[in-house]
Design a protein around this ligand. Structure first.
Ligand SMILES: CC(C)(COP(=O)(O)OP(=O)(O)OC[C@H]1O[C@@H](n2cnc3c(N)ncnc32)[C@H](O)[C@@H]1OP(=O)(O)O)[C@@H](O)C(=O)NCCC(=O)NCCS
Length: 169
């Protein structure tokens, strides 16, 4: 199940919510781009039944990482999903756990027939998974180099990217 010796990935369970929120808040806290809402966003997506995938990475039974995927709109195209938030506990970063969560989630989406995945994040990190920026997309009416897409199938993505309303709440 895992490419890393002691890391196991599994879907979140109902009693994981608080651990996921705290882990996410703490991982984002030092980041200049964080607005401090990433932990609450996961709860809001869950409440809205919009957590398409919510996967935890565990080591020795302890949660050390998490990724969320939710439905997104890319132009008028069906079947697109957003990646994020993603967080790995600070003391476990840089060991491939984030990569594993992303690759596993993308494989799940693709298997389930998704057309693609979109995210807002640092291109230096996400390009390694095949995410690209394209001038054919806008976000809040403007082009942004942080908006990146990975197309699995269907037409090239064109138009305005919209994340689930929980992202702006
Ligand atoms: C981003 C994050 C989830 C990556 O998880 P991870 O388990 O540390 O990632 P991996 O071990 O798979 O990959 C580590 C690599 O990513 C790079 N990396 C991590 N965050 C990066 C970023 N924001 N920009 C560019 N590179 C980044 C590391 O430098 C490292 O590079 P290397 O493989 O060339 O040495 C984790 O660092 C984290 O929780 N950060 C705080 C929250 C956050 O920024 N989330 C993403 C917001 S878009």
């Amino acid at each position: 199940m895992s490419g890393l010796a002691d890391v196991t990935l599994r879907p979140e369970r109902s009693d994981d919510a608080q651990t996921i929120r705290i882990l996410t808040e703490e991982a984002f806290r030092p980041k200049a781009f964080s607005d401090g809402t990433e932990g609450a966003l996961i709860d809001a997506l869950r409440t809205a039944s919009a957590l398409t995938l919510s996967t935890v990475a565990t080591e020795h039974g302890e949660i050390v990482g998490h990724v969320a995927f939710s439905p997104a709109a890319v132009g008028a195209l069906p079947g697109w999903f957003a990646l994020g938030p993603i967080a790995v506990r600070a003391d476990r970063q840089g060991h491939g756990i984030g990569s594993q969560l992303i690759q596993d989630g993308l494989a799940h989406l693709q298997r389930d027939g998704a057309q693609g995945c979109v995210l807002a994040g640092d291109p230096n990190y996400y390009s390694r998974f095949g995410f690209v920026n394209t001038p054919a997309l806008t976000y809040q009416g403007e082009q942004s180099r942080f908006i990146q897409v990975l197309r699995f199938a269907g037409p090239d993505p064109v138009g305005e990217v919209r994340f689930h309303p929980a992202f702006s709440g």
